[in-house]
Write a protein of this length. Structure first.
Length: 134
């Protein structure tokens, strides 16, 4: 019985001392008051901030890498679009040049036909005049 009373008294004393203790409970243990928690946080703030900043740095690195990949992809797509546009312009220019050549050839053919008609007309006129004179 004495040992039970002594144990209860020892536990009660330990609980009372812990409640009114001015020392933080230590890492991983909840503090009894806000002021103790804040003092413990302030004590290790340098390390906490460092860890937080490292996390932010890692996230920032990941974000930058992802953004760089996106920009590289956009750049490649833009290059491909420009190349396709250049090819299309070259094809249109080639077609236009062929059309101009065709039109030029048509005009040349018309002029030749006109000259041939004129020559035949002159020959007929010459034949008609020689027929009439004889």
């Amino acid at each position: 019985m004495k040992s039970v009373v002594f144990t209860v008294f020892a536990v009660a004393t330990a609980i009372r001392d812990r409640q009114f203790s001015m020392e933080p409970a230590g890492p991983g243990h909840a503090e009894d008051s806000k002021s103790l928690a804040c003092s413990e946080c302030d004590k290790y703030a340098e390390y906490l901030t460092s860890i937080e900043n490292e996390g932010k740095k890692e996230v920032t690195r990941e974000m930058k890498a992802k953004r760089k990949e996106e920009l590289d992809k956009q750049l490649e797509e833009n290059k491909q679009l420009k190349q396709k546009e250049k090819e299309k312009i070259a094809q249109e220019e080639e077609k236009r040049q062929k059309d101009l050549n065709r039109q030029g050839q048509i005009e040349i053919d018309r002029q030749r036909e006109k000259q041939l008609r004129q020559k035949k007309e002159q020959e007929r006129n010459a034949a008609a005049s020689s027929y009439c004179s004889s």
